[in-house]
Design a protein around this ligand. Structure first.
Ligand SMILES: [Zn+2]
Length: 76
């Protein structure tokens, strides 16, 4: 099965809560408790996410400005 992949939909001036919402679990649609493993340095910045409730993993691809915005988020 191909891993789930998505493109982030938040705008760079959105508040943290909307940035988090764009990384929510595609199965249960919850953003809290989602594990995030950012890989923002590469050519294709992305955040690998995992939902421990649903045991599902997916990757969200970011535009460069979104990657910058994400890196400014409060961790957790
Ligand atoms: Zn879930």
């Amino acid at each position: 099965m191909a891993p789930l992949a998505d493109t982030a939909r938040f705008r760079t001036n959105d508040p943290d809560v909307l940035v988090s919402a764009s990384l929510a679990c595609p199965v249960c649609l919850r953003g809290d408790g989602v594990e995030r493993h950012p890989a923002l340095d590469g050519y294709d910045p992305s955040v690998e996410c995992g939902c421990p409730r649903c045991d599902v993993r997916w990757r969200v691809y970011l535009q460069p400005l979104q990657a910058l915005r994400f890196s400014l988020m409060d961790p957790g």
